[in-house]
Design a protein around this ligand. Structure first.
Ligand SMILES: Nc1ncnc2c1ncn2[C@@H]1O[C@H](COP(=O)(O)OP(=O)(O)O)[C@@H](O)[C@H]1O
Ligand SMILES: O=C(O)[C@@H](O)C(=O)COP(=O)(O)O
Length: 411
């Protein structure tokens, strides 16, 4: 295995795996640190952790364990994947994990680049934009777990790390790979170790990828991986896929603007069942009742707790945000487990934390990467009789759920 990746959540890991697979690499996504060796033919391996919103020390511990395993598989370069909206708090976990990996790898010029132009995320003058809005005005300021209230990535990252945070500006990036390498070196000489690199277009990311050739550690969103397959001699190629017939279902715990629009569209003409957080927390609704409903429903049933920011805030004020998230994630995982045990063969999930809980609950330890459904979301094969799609909160067109189901089924 040449490229070793550590993803801080499961949807994000499949987003990165998707970019690498489209670039022609053979990629496998692993759930947590595998016990055995990597697949013999994998050129890249993504160890998916659920470390984005946990205690920073534990996130570091898990990430270093993933690093040890990836190094033991012979990886020449390590990629730490976090969210293209830089989801983190003043405590972490992007800073602490990047710092620990850099120390372990003796990496000094560490690129920090969440840009993903294909989904509207760009970094300019160190500030992160979502389409035409600054990050802190994009809806991400209301995220249930990591509210992003400052678009200046340098300022947001600084309190998370003891390293100095540097910057390579768009003006330098537009000069191409050599100019970027010089920009990184200049920042290194100035004592900066985590270096935010501007990127607005895919071309910028390809040049940043070329400049990253040979660096021990890269950090960012999946966009900055665009140029990496080429560094390992791979060329873009169609990703093979065999569809899966049978019973499908969708589960959504994402409260993002994009997911709420997808839920609204789906429930206008397909079976949908809302999960009320208080009913879950107080035990007034059971996973079995919901699984029975989903297995009995026609078409693509959707089970969702996705709610507007005021509703989420009220739930968190009443029960505490960890308790609310934990209860809902556990509930979704159990519904998925019951449905798969009853014969569901296609499972579509929305939300990073939600998807992580479901994949862990289903015990899916290895995912093969299929073709892209919408930017950043691939079809995944978990077992000979089970395929899944893990949608990042803010990804996907409004008709994502039906589209994902068609592709998973082989259309
Ligand atoms: N109605 C709700 N009230 C409170 N919290 C919720 C509600 N619905 C979902 N959540 C929680 O919000 C979090 C959403 O995070 P996540 O699944 O990562 O979605 P996204 O990808 O949009 O960030 C999860 O922990 C989920 O359990
Ligand atoms: O980089 C991204 O935006 C995604 O790959 C990702 O990590 C999204 O996370 P969630 O929105 O929590 O699913």
């Amino acid at each position: 295995m040449k490229l070793g990746c550590i993803g801080d959540d499961f949807t994000g890991s499949s987003d990165l795996a998707n970019t690498l697979a489209k670039g022609g690499m053979t990629v496998v996504q692993y759930t947590g640190v595998p016990e055995g060796p990597a697949d013999a033919d994998a050129q890249a391996g993504v160890v998916a952790l659920k470390s984005r919103s946990i205690d920073p020390e534990e996130a570091v511990r898990q990430s270093l364990a993933a690093l040890d395993w990836l190094r033991a598989q012979g990886c020449e370069q390590i990629f730490f994947k976090y969210c293209s909206t830089f989801d983190s708090t003043p405590q972490g976990n992007i800073g602490p994990v990047a710092e620990a990996l850099a120390k372990a790898l003796d990496a000094w010029q560490v690129i920090v680049c969440p840009a993903f132009p294909g989904t509207g995320r760009s970094v300019y003058q160190g500030h992160l934009f979502v389409a035409d809005k600054l990050l802190n005005e994009s809806g991400m300021q209301n995220h249930p777990l990591t509210p992003m209230t400052d678009a200046d990535i340098r300022r947001w990252l600084a309190p998370q790390t003891s390293f100095e945070v540097g910057h390579v500006s768009a003006r330098v990036v537009f000069g191409g790979a050599e100019a970027i390498s010089k920009g990184l070196w200049d920042q290194h000489v100035a004592g900066k170790r985590l270096i935010v690199v501007d990127a607005i277009r895919d071309e910028d990311l390809v040049e940043i990828g070329r400049a990253a050739k040979g660096l021990p550690l890269i950090t960012g969103g999946s966009g900055v991986a665009l140029g990496l397959p080429g560094n390992f001699g791979c060329k873009a190629a169609p990703v093979p896929w065999t569809g899966q017939g049978g019973k499908a279902m969708a589960l959504s715990g994402s409260c993002s603007i994009a997911t709420r629009a997808q839920v609204a569209r789906h429930k206008a003409h397909s079976p949908a069942r809302e999960i009320i957080a208080a009913e879950v927390i107080e035990g007034r609704v059971s996973p079995m009742e919901i699984a029975d409903w989903a297995m009995g429903a026609k078409g693509l049933p959707l089970v969702y707790s996705s709610a507007d920011p005021e509703i989420v805030k009220a739930v968190q004020a009443r029960f505490g945000s960890e308790a609310a998230s934990g209860a809902l994630e556990g509930f979704f995982a159990e519904v998925a487990r019951l449905c798969v045990a009853a014969g569901a063969t296609r499972v579509i999930t929305a939300g990073g934390e939600t998807s992580g809980a479901i994949v862990e609950g289903l015990g899916l330890d290895r995912l093969e990467i299929g073709p892209e459904i919408d930017p950043g979301v691939p079809a995944l094969r978990a077992r000979p009789d089970l395929v899944v799609a893990l949608k990042s909160g803010n990804f996907g067109a409004e008709d994502f759920f039906e589209k994902a189901d068609r592709l998973l089924a082989g259309a």
